[in-house]
Design a protein around this ligand. Structure first.
Ligand SMILES: *Cc1c(COP(=O)(O)O)cnc(C)c1O
Length: 368
């Protein structure tokens, strides 16, 4: 009999020998944090904390799924506000961004349908795609010609087709060419869904990638756990699509609603993003200051990759930076493709420009 512990140890040893083992970091690191997704510094904002504290009055937990008794009135307020910010008719809040993708994609397409996804789409989009039972093909990153050729080859055999992409790519920081992707989809009777986890609060005056391009994807998914500074996921779309998700998205129907305090913090964060475009402009401005000084291509978002190749090289660079007081985690496969292990540097409105310039000096020796 194979012991479960032996199996686990063997797999961990294999990861260790490839410099791919992950461990949870300790809580007390004091270095300057250049790897969080808290792009506007709102996770520590007094207004969000006060909103959450006030909503604790309604209870620590939701007590049930939203369709049973967990649907606090704060949900409707958050859904109206995020729908307005994203320029959509309606929205649905999920327990997390991961749950939003996992529930939404199988609610929209299934067996007999086709999904075409950018090859760098986030793990939870790919999980949702696999779960749907649709045929899934990936197209080369941001390559609209490749997307068009896959549409030509596979669209005729499918009943419906959904194209998946990120608005701002989480590990590369580049934007997808949304107008061209939407045009290709329209030419082949396909729908477009964007994951804008890293666009909201940062591009398009804080409204995200669709606003940046003045484009209209059919479905815009996102999260309250990054620039909004809180937790939870959402999907914004037309009213019929949102009503369908209420009936079909299993991660909403069969999961407990978010605690009211979390929803209240998200409302406060969304309010700040909607009313403070100067704050939303700061992370990209700091990222551009960094790329200019580190001799890197100009940043397109708050995320700047410094690709180093092997996991060992990325780990070594990360350790070197930490000794100089900068926290920049190494990102290794399978989060990124083989041979593209990297530093993923992220910028926040809370950073000081002088610290960004010091980090650029520290990173420049690693730039090839
Ligand atoms: C973080 C992230 C998610 C998941 O969102 P959570 O709210 O953290 O579950 C989904 N998609 C992308 C692109 C992300 O970066």
């Amino acid at each position: 009999m194979t012991s479960l512990d032996d199996m686990a140890r063997r797999k961990l040893e294999a990861l260790q020998s490839g410099a791919l083992l992950r461990t949870l970091p300790g809580p007390n690191r004091t270095a300057l944090n250049f790897c969080s997704n808290d792009y506007l510094g709102l996770a520590q904002d007094q207004r969000l904390k006060a909103a959450a504290a006030a909503a604790l009055e309604h209870g620590a937990g939701a007590g049930a799924s939203r369709l049973v008794t967990g649907n606090h009135a704060l949900y409707a307020e958050l859904e109206a506000k995020i729908a307005a910010l994203k320029g959509e008719q309606a929205a649905l809040v999920f327990g997390s961004g991961y749950l939003a993708n996992l529930g939404t994609i199988p609610a929209l397409v299934g067996p007999g349908d086709l999904i075409l996804a950018d090859e760098l789409s986030h793990a939870c989009m790919i999980s949702g795609a696999k779960l749907s039972g649709a045929v899934v093909h990936t197209y080369r990153h941001n390559d609209v010609e490749h997307l068009r050729s896959l549409l030509e080859a596979h669209r005729p055999a499918a009943a419906n087709c959904l194209v998946l992409t990120e608005g701002v790519f989480s590990m590369d920081g580049d934007l997808s060419p949304l107008p061209d992707i939407i045009a290709a989809a329209r030419d082949h009777d396909a729908w477009v869904m964007t994951d804008d986890a890293h666009g909201l609060g940062v591009v398009g005056n804080g409204r995200g990638s669709a606003a940046h391009w003045n484009a209209r994807p059919d479905v815009q998914m996102g999260t309250f756990s990054k620039a909004v500074g809180s937790y939870g996921g959402y999907v914004a779309a037309s009213r019929p699509v949102i009503d369908l998700l209420v009936n079909r998205a299993r991660s909403v129907i069969y999961a407990t609603g978010l605690p009211p305090a979390v929803v209240a913090a998200s409302i406060a964060g969304v309010d700040i993003i909607a009313s403070d475009p100067a704050l939303c402009a700061r992370p990209l401005a700091l990222a551009r200051t960094f790329t200019a000084h580190a001799n890197l291509p100009a940043a397109q978002s708050a995320i700047v990759p410094v690709v180093l190749g092997t996991p060992e090289a990325a780990l070594k660079a990360s350790t070197t930076l930490e000794r100089q007081g900068f926290l920049v985690t190494a990102i290794r496969p399978p989060t990124v493709p083989a041979n593209t292990a990297r530093l993923r540097v992220t910028f926040s409105a809370a950073h000081r420009e002088e610290d960004v310039l010091r980090l650029a000096d520290a990173v420049r020796p690693f730039v090839r």
